[in-house]
Design a protein around this ligand. Structure first.
Ligand SMILES: C[S@@+](CC[C@H](N)C(=O)[O-])C[C@H]1O[C@@H](n2cnc3c(N)ncnc32)[C@H](O)[C@@H]1O
Length: 238
C-alpha cells in the first residue's frame, strides 16, 4: 500500500525523489566521486558492536535505494530494515537487496509516522534523510521513539566545510556544477538545486547536537567527514 504523507510539501518531495530514483545511485557516486561510500563505511564501522549481535534489530530510515541498509547488512549478524516513502526508490532497493543481502528487509513508510512499534530497535540510522523531512524535530522524535533504551542513533548528513576556501569552492560546485550534471543525467535539475538549497538551510553540526539533546538523546557527539562536507552525529536514547 502506498504511503500518503500528510503535508503537500512532503508529497512534492516524494515525487521529486521518485523521479530521480532510476539514476539516483549513479549520480550519488559520480557527483561525490564515490566518497559517499566511505561515509557509509564509517557509519557502519561505528555501529559495529550492535551489528555483531544476532538478536539486534537496526532500522535505516529514508533508506532510498538501500546503500546504507545493504552496507549495514554486509557487516551484520543483526536484522536490518530499510524504510522509505518513495516506491520507485524501494523498487531499486529491493532489486539490490535480492542480489546481495538476506538479512535486509524493506518497508514503505513515512519517517514522520514510522510503521513500527515503539522501542523496537537497537539502532536507528538515517543518511541524507533528515534534511528532507518537512518537520525535522518530529523526525528526530520518531527516531528516538523507535529505539530501545540505550539504543544508538546515527545521523549522516551533508554539512559545510569549516575551512573558508574549501567551503567556497565546495559551495560553487554545489550551486552551479552539481545541478547541471545532476539535471542532465536525471532529467530533473530542480532536484539538484533543491539539494543545494536544503544543505544551505540545514542546521550546523553544533545546532543539530542541541536539537538531538532536546529530543532526549544523550551522549550526543559528532565527527566531520571529508573536510566537513558531511557530518555524522551519534547519540543514545537515554
Ligand atoms: C537523499 S535520499 C537518501 C537515500 C539514502 N539514505 C542514501 O544514503 O542514499 C533521501 C531519501 O529520503 C526519502 N524521504 C524523504 N522524506 C521522507 C519521509 N517523510 N518518509 C520516508 N522517506 C522519506 C526519499 O524518498 C529519499 O529516498
Amino acid at each position: 500500500m502506498q504511503v500518503k504523507p500528510q503535508e503537500p510539501k512532503a508529497v512534492q518531495i516524494r515525487e521529486m525523489f521518485s523521479r530521480i530514483a532510476p539514476r539516483y545511485d549513479l549520480l550519488n557516486h559520480l557527483l561525490s566521486l564515490n566518497i559517499d561510500r566511505h561515509w557509509r563505511r564509517v557509519t557502519v564501522g561505528l555501529l559495529a558492536p550492535v551489528l555483531a549481535r544476532p538478536e539486534a534489530k537496526v532500522l535505516d530510515v529514508c533508506c532510498g535505494t538501500a546503500d546504507l541498509a545493504l552496507a549495514l547488512g554486509r557487516r551484520a549478524r543483526a536484522r536490518i530494515i530499510g524504510v522509505d516513502f518513495s516506491h520507485p526508490m524501494l523498487v531499486t532497493a529491493r532489486r539490490k537487496a535480492e542480489r546481495h543481502e538476506r538479512n535486509v528487509g524493506l518497508a514503505e513508510g513515512d519517517a514522520l509516522r514510522l510503521p513500527f512499534s515503539e522501542s523496537e530497535f537497537d539502532a536507528v540510522t538515517i543518511a541524507f534523510g533528515l534534511r528532507n523531512l518537512v518537520d525535522r524535530e518530529a523526525g528526530l522524535n520518531e527516531l528516538h521513539r523507535m529505539l530501545k533504551p540505550r539504543g544508538s542513533v546515527a545521523i549522516l548528513e551533508f554539512s559545510q566545510p569549516a575551512f573558508p576556501l574549501f567551503r567556497q569552492l565546495f559551495g560553487l560546485y554545489f550551486q552551479f556544477i552539481l545541478p547541471r550534471i545532476g539535471g542532465a543525467i536525471s532529467g530533473s535539475r530542480p532536484a539538484y538545486e533543491y539539494l543545494h538549497d536544503t544543505v544551505q538551510a540545514f542546521p550546523s553540526p553544533a545546532s543539530l547536537v542541541r536539537m538531538m539533546q532536546s529530543t532526549g538523546f544523550s551522549e550526543v557527539h559528532y565527527r566531520t567527514l571529508s573536510g566537513g562536507i558531511a557530518a555524522l552525529h551519534l547519540g543514545i536514547r537515554a
